[in-house]
Design a protein around this ligand. Structure first.
Ligand SMILES: Nc1nc2c(ncn2[C@@H]2O[C@H](COP(=O)(O)OP(=O)(O)O)[C@@H](O)[C@H]2O)c(=O)[nH]1
Ligand SMILES: [Mg+2]
Length: 291
């Protein structure tokens, strides 16, 4: 069979699979950037707790909900997972790994990861780097094409095209993930602003949480300081960029301290996660806000 017809058969197979199951998304980003809010609007229901206090890490466990995109039955069905903030300095990578293992497991097929960040975060932050690196490290079959970026708070802070281009360049530089402009959606707290996201969601259905998350987590943490040191030594770096690297290094040191503290609580955390109903997964039924 010629490669082209092979491609089309594969393409239609994915499309047919998608008809049989909702397109599945998981967001990544620092706490308080607006993940839960985006998800609520994306599924047309206020399911996930989203409020200013969530900026202090209220969304602790992963939960899911299935609904029509934007609450419109003529659109595709989505299953969205609300994840704890990746790179949140208040939860350790260890905790996030345990939550991914218990709250998602390795059998869920994800189509898209959402990279959520604020329009007011002008420069790249350690949380953004961690979010991007975590996607890459924690999912089998991850590819940069399966990422969509949502820039929140565009109603408060106007963003410009050069700003977006610079942000994407920073993402590539610090995480190795190259994203294009058509993977970026500007969210201004309205349903309409998410229409381009729904339009651009494509089924892939083959990203799974890896089975060796612990190893990946360790690798992820160990590669960060080297990354920064290497970047700082890079000849072409401007004084401004060097300054940024120093800032990232400080943020990273803070994260390492948090990790060390987190390790002490590992046993406690495992016990908590082992309790039934600690992680609540809702597949499609209507329900009140959960957290
Ligand atoms: N004005 C405005 N507020 C937003 C936007 N996105 C999120 N918020 C608010 O920011 C706060 C934190 O959002 P939340 O969804 O809890 O963030 P999460 O921790 O990333 O899940 C909430 O009060 C949201 O209503 C946005 O695009 N514009
Ligand atoms: Mg949240």
């Amino acid at each position: 069979m010629c490669p082209l017809s092979n491609y089309f058969i594969q393409y239609y197979f994915v499309q047919m699979q998608h008809l049989l199951r909702p397109l599945t998304l998981i967001p990544f980003g620092a706490p308080g950037v607006g993940k839960s809010n985006v998800l609520n609007i994306l599924i047309g229901r206020a399911i996930f707790v989203s409020n200013a206090s969530a900026a202090s890490g209220l969304t602790r466990s992963i939960r899911s909900q299935t609904a029509f995109a934007l609450g419109d039955p003529t659109l595709i069905q989505l299953t969205v997972y609300d994840a704890p903030g990746v790179g949140d300095l208040q939860i350790s990578i260890q905790q996030m790994i345990l939550e991914l293992q218990s709250g998602v497991g390795t059998t869920v097929s994800f189509d898209v990861t959402l990279m959520v960040f604020k329009a007011s975060d002008t420069r790249i932050t350690i949380q953004e780097i961690m979010a991007l690196k975590a996607m890459k490290a924690f999912f089998d079959n991850f590819s940069s094409r399966k990422v969509m970026c949502v820039i929140t708070h565009c109603d408060k802070v106007p963003v410009t095209e050069p700003w977006i281009a610079e942000k994407l360049q920073m993402f590539k530089k610090y995480s190795g993930i190259q994203l294009s402009r058509d993977q970026v959606v500007l969210f201004n707290n309205t349903r309409d602003s998410l229409k381009p996201l729904v339009k651009n969601l494509a089924p892939s259905g083959d990203m799974h949480v890896k089975t060796n998350l612990q190893q990946e987590g360790l690798r992820l943490m160990s590669e960060l300081p080297n990354d920064f040191a290497a970047k700082a030594q890079h000849e072409g770096m401007t004084p401004e960029e060097l300054q940024q690297v120093k800032k990232l290094q400080l943020q990273h040191d803070e994260m390492r301290k948090q990790l060390a503290d987190g390790e002490i609580q590992q046993q406690q955390l495992r016990q908590q996660l082992a309790q039934p109903n600690y992680v609540y997964i809702d597949h499609g039924s209507s329900g009140g806000p959960c957290n």
